[in-house]
Write a new protein. Structure first.
Lengths: 258, 318, 313
């Protein structure tokens, strides 16, 4: 049995009077691809924001390989090995594709103000390393030819892949993907499926928020279903697919097929 | 540093080296270029803060003043050596920048802008009120000129001193900007949320670059004090702060070279406007407005665009 | 820029007055100068609510109000009531032009650009004022008599009451406008949700223009009523704007009522500080208050933290 890389206990988040996340309990075994699905407003992105430290839990604990994440700042959490992409892309608009990915190498390097200003040898070696590794990630995502282009000049599909490349550059143990298939066509989505599986093969655990059912059903080891901030089902894709509550809440009153 | 930068630096160094010879030792022209150098130090630092890290400071003249008054007061009233005073000025500036910067850089956009306006104004008031040390509104005079092995540094020598600083700081800044730190700063500017998510401690970098820009300004202040030997609060108030901002933004807020260009434009401008004293403020406002409305990306970008357009036209012609 | 000028003119008398009389004196002058801060803060709030912009040229509206009034009534000898109407009209027009020519074209530009454009506007206005009026301060005759009244041991100029009275009228008028007229309510709608406002047919562009014009008018009135007491010169704007902003932030940016209360509070604090502690640093008082509020509780006294999280810049 593989150990849990992320465990969420009794998680709750309220904004004023609204409970965005309520009594959430789940865990993710290492090496798994787990998907979170649910209607809009179910709290999926809030969950991501809680895990990455953007929001502070109102109650409950989030543990990453045993370490409590509550109260840690986002950059700290990133350095512990959790990385993410964003639902509405947050690329660095003022940089090239390669530079975007190079920023991902930040937590793994250490040259500071002085050593970069004075261009010390150690820093120069680091720069070479950063550049090489960043190019590797770009290649992994199939973007090596776009390295020197302005990030925002790329088509949407490539921008989304770029964000994943950037997140991978931090060498995460857990990767959070927030609706990576949004806006992609069928071919691109299929390619994305392959990519996520390749990422898993690298040893990275993946937590995925998605609306695209074919993607979710195709690659997930487990699925978590949220509605109104609460979990209404958790299990293997087949089980969840047949769960009447899930069907009712998410797919509509008619028993549909995914 | 990129190759382009190295060439530009070399050209600049050569120009500065031969400048006194070109103007046949004319003190007036030389002193303008000295001021240009002093202002460039400030705007380089401000550019790192605004152009790269994407923050705003509308009160930067305060740090310029802290450096100038530290050098002035310590060497005049307390007989410190200029070098000691220089470093103490840097220390005070850095300290103030850290204390003020930490809470201020947490603020967003407009709030940050006005907060910096506020503390800039507070320092201006302090410079005016601490009369026993600063001489108040009438200023502080008798600041010793700098001596090197017994000889006082005259215009030309001072030119080389100031521009020596400029070139060293320029190299330092360009190195920093084309590195991990520069990318981190630009990431903070591009998307603070994503920067944090990629492990960049945005808050800490913002404060660090703020302190660095204050240190630059302080150095410039010390150099200024020993050059003019008389300083008064009016050089460190609201208009100077706005001027520095304009130099950075107008030139092209994105880059260091843009800031230098803007500095050159705005330092030489008062000389052209000298005859129109009453119109000075009006002219500044008008020029700034014009540039904002018609060249929002700054002069450098506009020039680059024009160059690109010309290049395309040349390439198209048979 | 000249060093700050002391507002309280009765330093010689203060030694002969009892502490309570002094405090009453300072309270009155505090309320007076606070009225101006309240009006400037109101101007900020109106523009901020409609556009999310901080108009750094707000102080110049006050300055121009004072100086134009001087020009009309002192130099051209126009009767006061007419002068008042013409001055407010002129400054309002200026505010409208400013919005049309400088703000509207840049409405999609970055935040930094917008901040700088209002800054540029303020410099431009100051430049025009310096060109037309030079650097000297100008005075307006008080609206009624210049004979001071003696109340509870304090010496008060009748103009004090004009300032408070007119400020009260303006506040009442603005309240009425925003709560009882259709246009005012439309402007309030814009501030909460401009998309929704557009959908119900409110012309957001016009509302933005309106907010600038209204702010300019309010600023001009402030300038007119205070010049008989404090005189007016071309570079009074920036400090007034800063203090007005301090009041707006202290009251909770976006809350008109809060801005007004905070304006009076800061005026009184400043006056008491100047009188009882030191007059040289009195300008720093308001600025320190602003910094402390921004650093500790940016939502101010009357704003909620949640609400300020939601406000965009």
């Amino acid at each position: 049995m593989s150990e849990e890389i992320l465990s969420v206990e009794n998680l709750q988040k309220s904004f004023g009077g609204i409970r965005a996340i309520d009594s959430l309990n789940f865990c993710i075994p290492q090496g798994q691809v787990k998907s979170v699905i649910g209607p809009n407003g179910a709290g999926k992105t809030t969950l991501f924001n809680l895990i990455t430290g953007v929001f502070l839990p109102s109650q409950g604990t989030i543990r990453f390989s045993g370490q409590i994440l509550n109260g840690l700042k986002p950059y700290r959490i990133a350095r512990l090995g959790i990385s993410r992409t964003f639902q509405n892309l947050q690329l660095f608009s003022n940089m090239t594709a390669l530079e975007n990915v190079m920023v991902g190498k930040h937590p793994l390097t250490s040259a500071g103000l002085l050593s970069t200003g004075l261009r010390l040898t150690r820093m120069r070696k680091e720069e070479k390393y950063i550049r090489e590794k960043a190019l590797e990630e770009l290649s992994f995502m199939g973007l090596e030819t776009k390295a020197e282009l302005e990030a925002l000049s790329l088509p949407l599909g490539e921008q989304k892949r770029l964000e994943i490349a950037r997140a991978l550059a931090t060498s995460p143990k857990l990767l959070l993907l927030d609706e990576p298939a949004a806006g992609l066509n069928i071919r691109e989505t299929e390619k994305l499926s392959q990519t996520i599986l390749k990422i898993r093969d690298r040893g990275v655990t993946v937590l995925l928020v998605e609306h695209d059912m074919s993607l979710v059903m195709g690659i997930s080891d487990e699925i978590l279903v949220l509605n109104y901030g609460r979990m209404i089902a958790e299990g293997r894709p087949r089980e969840v697919q047949r769960n009447p509550e899930v069907i009712g809440a998410y797919l509509g009153e008619e028993a549909g097929n995914a | 540093m990129k190759r382009k930068d190295s060439y530009a630096l070399l050209v600049m160094a050569v120009l500065i080296a031969i400048f006194p010879w070109i103007v046949a030792g004319n003190e007036y022209f030389i002193s303008i270029v000295v001021f240009l150098g002093i202002n460039s130090i400030i705007t380089m630092g401000l550019c790192l803060l605004m152009g790269y890290a994407g923050q705003i400071s509308l009160g930067h003249a305060a740090f310029y003043g802290i450096g100038a008054y530290s050098s002035g007061i310590l060497t005049t009233h307390y007989s410190f050596s200029p070098v000691m005073a220089f470093f103490l000025g840097i220390f005070f500036s850095a300290l103030v920048a850290y204390l003020v910067g930490k809470p201020t850089l947490r603020l967003k956009g407009h709030y940050m802008a006005v907060a910096t306006l506020g503390f800039g104004e507070i320092f201006f008031i302090a410079f005016n009120e601490l009369t026993p040390w600063t001489g108040g509104p009438s200023g502080l005079s008798g600041i010793p000129a700098l001596r090197f092995f017994g000889k006082t540094l005259e215009e030309t020598a001072y030119l080389y001193l100031v521009w020596g600083f400029v070139i060293l700081l320029l190299i330092f800044s360009l190195n920093m900007v084309n590195s991990r730190v520069g990318r981190a700063l630009r990431a903070v500017h591009g998307s603070e949320l994503a920067a944090n998510a990629m492990g960049v401690d945005a808050a800490r970098y913002k404060v660090q670059v703020f302190v660095l820009s204050a240190v630059y300004a302080s150095m410039a202040g010390s150099l200024y004090a020993h050059f003019v030997t008389f300083i008064s609060p009016s050089s460190f108030g609201l208009m100077p702060s706005i001027m520095f901002l304009m130099m950075v933004v107008v030139g092209g807020a994105g880059t260091i070279w843009g800031a230098l260009l803007g500095t050159a434009v705005f330092t030489s401008l008062p000389e052209y406007l000298r005859g129109l004293e009453d119109y000075e403020v009006l002219a500044y406002g008008g020029i700034l407005m014009f540039i904002l409305l018609f060249m929002p990306q700054g002069i450098l970008q506009r020039m680059q665009n024009l160059l690109n357009q010309m290049k395309q036209r040349v390439e198209k012609s048979p | 820029m000249k060093p700050p000028r002391s507002f309280v003119h009765v330093r010689e008398n203060s030694l002969k007055m009892s502490l309570t009389s002094q405090i009453i004196q300072f309270l009155f002058s505090g309320l007076n100068v606070g009225s101006i801060y309240a009006l400037v803060a109101l101007g900020f709030t109106m523009i901020y609510n409609a556009t999310s912009i901080i108009n750094l040229a707000q102080g110049e509206f006050v300055m121009l109000g004072g100086l134009i009034m001087v020009f009309l009534t002192v130099f051209l000898q126009i009767p006061m009531y007419l002068g008042l109407i013409l001055t407010v009209a002129a400054v309002t027009l200026l505010g409208a032009f400013f919005e049309r020519l400088a703000i509207h074209p840049l409405r999609n530009a970055s935040l930094l650009t917008l901040i700088i454009v209002t800054l540029a506007g303020s410099i431009l206005f100051r430049g025009i004022a310096m060109f037309l009026w030079g650097k000297d301060p100008y005075a307006l005759p008080p609206f009624s008599s210049s004979k001071p009244l003696h109340l509870w041991g304090a010496t008060l100029q009748p103009q004090f009451f004009w300032v408070l009275g007119i400020t009260g009228l303006v506040l009442l008028g603005v309240w009425f406008f925003f709560n009882r007229t259709l246009i005012g309510k439309a402007m309030t709608a814009c501030s909460f949700n401009s998309t929704a406002a557009r959908l119900v047919g409110i012309n957001v562009r016009k509302m933005v223009l309106f907010s600038f014009s209204l702010s300019a008018a309010v600023g001009a009135i402030a300038g007119i009523i205070i010049t008989p007491i404090t005189l007016m010169e071309y570079d009074r704007g920036p400090l007034l704007a800063l203090k007005g902003f301090a009041a707006a932030v202290l009251g909770g940016l976006g809350s008109g009522g809060g801005a007004i209360v905070a304006g009076f509070l800061i005026g009184i604090l400043e006056s008491l500080g100047a009188g009882l502690v030191s007059s040289g640093y009195k300008d720093a008082i308001a600025l320190l208050v602003m910094l402390i509020v921004l650093w500790v509780k940016p939502s101010g006294l009357f704003g909620s933290a949640e609400e300020s999280e939601l406000k965009k810049f």
